[in-house]
Design a protein around this ligand. Structure first.
Ligand code: SF4
Length: 187
């Protein structure tokens, strides 16, 4: 037989949007509710090409448990994801592939460059390695490290959540955003 859930005084609710609350109801505006839902249900696409991807596996596994942030549903289809984790060395030949995957993601979409290689080419300052994925797609958050520890992944992910929460519903239609995409040759 099911019982009602008991909350004690130590339970805290995080991230409740501003609004009017009363017995059994809450009123706030649509933008805040959408931001709250988006922030806590991000579907990541792991784009891993080398060692940083292994650290991501630890981030997703039980000890660090990215599911605590509502992000355990990995998507390997760009059309059903919101956030692309780019992890590993990206060669210049791989650049157009990464860009193609980014273009297949629906708006709103976010990008995290994880580790030194994805952020800047890392130790591979060579003719064949892209010196940072921001040469082909816009990046929202950079995570330093070689490789970053799972804590750093989670810290970067929480920065993405802050961006998602703070982003208004109309930002993607703004001239500033369109100009930024245009600077990458994206319509
Ligand atoms: S940043 Fe370091 S650990 Fe990550 S892919 Fe590059 S070499 Fe490997």
């Amino acid at each position: 037989m099911s019982r009602p859930v008991q909350f004690n005084n130590h339970v805290k609710f995080e991230g409740i949007p501003e609004g009017y609350m009363g017995e059994g109801f809450m009123a706030t505006n649509l933008e805040k509710v959408v931001s709250l839902a988006r922030k806590n249900s991000i579907w990541p696409l792991p784009f891993a090409t080398s060692c940083c991807g292994i650290e991501f596996m630890a981030t997703a596994a039980s000890h660090y448990d990215i599911a605590r942030f509502g992000a355990e549903r990995m998507s390997f289809s760009p059309r059903q994801c919101d956030l692309i984790f780019v992890m590993g060395t990206i060669s210049k030949k791989m650049g157009p592939v990464l860009r193609q995957v980014y273009l297949q993601m629906a708006e709103p979409r976010w990008v995290m460059a994880v580790g030194a290689c994805a952020s800047s080419g890392g130790i591979f300052d060579s003719y064949s390695v892209l010196q940072g994925i921001d040469q082909v797609i816009p990046v929202d958050v950079y995570v330093p490290g070689c490789p970053p520890r799972p804590e750093a992944y989670l810290d970067g992910f929480m920065k993405i959540q802050e961006l998602v929460n703070a982003e208004g519903l109309r930002r993607r239609y703004s001239d500033q955003y369109k100009d930024m995409l245009a600077s990458y040759g994206i319509q």
